[in-house]
Ligand binder design. Structure first.
Ligand code: SF4
Length: 490
């Protein structure tokens, strides 16, 4: 079983693989180190970034994520407004308060070593931490940031049995499989619902209860929703240019003002599609926050983090009968669909292109919305299937390797599509010509056929045809085309 705690993780932007994962890895290194040594013995720490983490690490704040992790901060708890303050002693005075307890010298220029043309053996997103005592290596550990904020250690990666990041994910997600209503695919999920007269949300909740108590689960779901709402609020206040060198202007704040003004205009407010403008705004706000390094919920990844919050805000603001319990059930239903996709295809753009990220988030949101609209389990899976079906073949082609263009707008499109998928499903009886499992299998096969340049390598599509090297004059990114390799970004 994959838990909803695995599907929705509170973290930091802009990238689950390039920012969250390295920060998590630093925390793991601290834990391992402190099992063997006293903190006061540690004299020096070196960080080595390999492959993609080196080639696009500056644009994705991989370097500062590692430093923050070494300072002892956790991705889900750090105050993202104070990041500059936390980094200042390290960058200005070369002093790093290791694990928040022991000040050591740390030179950003020499203690972070970039290896853009070298990859560690198991995955393009590799990094290592080395601790020195009395000039000698005390501990050196490799980690792999395998997407969605998951991190695998060298030991967890067996070169014989782990060939892909999705298999590595299953190394990282080991939950108790002794659940009351096990399901591996959409068919089995619907069979459990039918046999026990349960909703998808009920099935997921019952399974979660085999891992944690009800209060913990609800507390987490409420926290996830709170972070999503705060993220939209923050996104509607942010202005200026997004970091990374692409010079993308933030739009959500202006759009928010426009929409508020239009509420006062009888003609504009009579526009029956105005809700869609608000959905666009919610998604843009989240993904601009993500691109700016703000607090987001991976849902199921950072790149696709705007779709589920946008559709939940639509539920809150435009549908009748909004209630907190509805949000919980929405998220449980969405998580159930996400686990099925993850187990049978992928939620990683590096493996199957953007259909695995935006397509998966769209399907998850569609099913969640269908549930709170009062639809049956089979109508919910129909909504999910529609959400996937009409994202099949969607390539990943982020310009400049940054999770900005087309990613930010693509989340708005995915959110609107999810709403339409739920509405389409509501007009049917749940019977669908293409079952959910067939759509997921098609996603996997399409991803396997997709050329690598369309899988988070920033080497194809818009990333090539709309890429202007002059926009990267600040040197925030080493050109992946130039070095002849491409790697996952979000
Ligand atoms: S285009 Fe690529 S980087 Fe952007 S959201 Fe889709 S999968 Fe992520």
């Amino acid at each position: 079983m994959i838990s909803l705690f695995d599907m929705f993780k509170i973290g930091i932007g802009p990238s689950s693989s390039h920012t969250m994962g390295p920060m998590v890895a630093a925390g793991k290194f601290i834990d391992e180190l402190l099992q063997q040594y006293d903190l006061s013995d540690i004299e020096r720490i070196q960080v080595d970034l390999y492959g993609s983490l080196a080639s696009t690490g500056k644009g994705h704040a991989t370097d500062t994520a590692c430093i923050l992790g070494l300072l002892g901060f956790k991705a889900d708890k750090i105050d993202t407004n104070k990041v500059d303050e936390y980094l200042a002693p390290v960058l200005n005075e070369q002093l790093l308060n290791f694990a928040g307890k022991q000040v050591i010298s740390f030179n950003y220029d020499t203690d972070i070593v970039w290896h853009p043309q070298t990859t560690l053996p198991h995955h393009p997103n590799g990094l290592s931490f080395t601790a020195y005592i009395e000039g000698e290596i005390a501990l050196e550990k490799n980690y792999y940031s395998i997407g969605g904020g998951f991190v695998a250690t060298e030991d967890e990666y067996s070169s014989e049995d782990t060939q892909s990041s999705s298999e590595a994910d299953s190394v990282a997600i080991t939950s108790d499989s002794n659940v009351p209503y096990p399901f591996q695919n959409g068919n089995e999920l619907l069979a459990q619902c039918k046999k026990h007269n349960l909703s998808i949300s009920d099935v997921m909740m019952a399974n979660e209860l085999s891992l944690r108590d009800e209060a913990t689960i609800y507390q987490y779901l409420d926290e996830v929703w709170e972070v999503m709402q705060q993220c939209v609020k923050n996104g509607c206040k942010g202005e200026g240019i997004l970091p990374g060198g692409l010079k993308v202007k933030r739009r959500a704040k202006d759009m928010y003002r426009q929409l508020l003004d239009e509420l006062e205009s009888p003609k504009k407010s009579a526009d029956k599609l105005m809700a869609m403008d608000w959905v666009d705004l919610f998604a843009l706000a989240v993904n601009e926050e993500n691109a700016n390094g703000g607090r987001v919920v991976t849902a199921p990844t950072n790149g696709a983090a705007g779709i589920i919050p946008a559709v939940l805000h639509y539920y809150r603001d435009f549908l009748p009968h909004y209630k907190q319990q509805g949000v919980r059930e929405f998220l449980l239903t969405a998580a159930a669909i996400g686990t099925i996709i993850k187990q049978n295809a992928s939620i990683s753009g590096a493996e199957v292109g953007c259909q695995g990220e935006v397509g998966s988030a769209c399907a998850m949101a569609a099913a969640g919305l269908a549930h709170v609209m009062g639809l049956t389990p089979s109508q919910c899976t129909n909504a999910a299937e529609i959400g996937i079906e009409h994202n099949l073949g969607l390539t990943c082609d982020p310009i400049g390797g940054l999770v900005q263009v087309p990613c930010i707008e693509r989340n708005a499109m995915g959110a609107v599509k999810a709403i339409n998928a739920a509405r389409l499903a509501s007009r049917g009886d749940g019977e669908h010509h293409v079952p959910l499992d067939k759509a997921i299998a098609t996603m996997k096969a399409t991803g396997a056929d997709m050329m690598d340049k369309y899988k988070e390598t920033a080497m194809g599509g818009l990333a090539v045809h709309a890429y202007n090297p002059e926009q990267h004059a600040d040197g925030s990114r080493i050109d992946v085309v130039e070095i002849g390799v491409g790697y996952p970004q979000c």
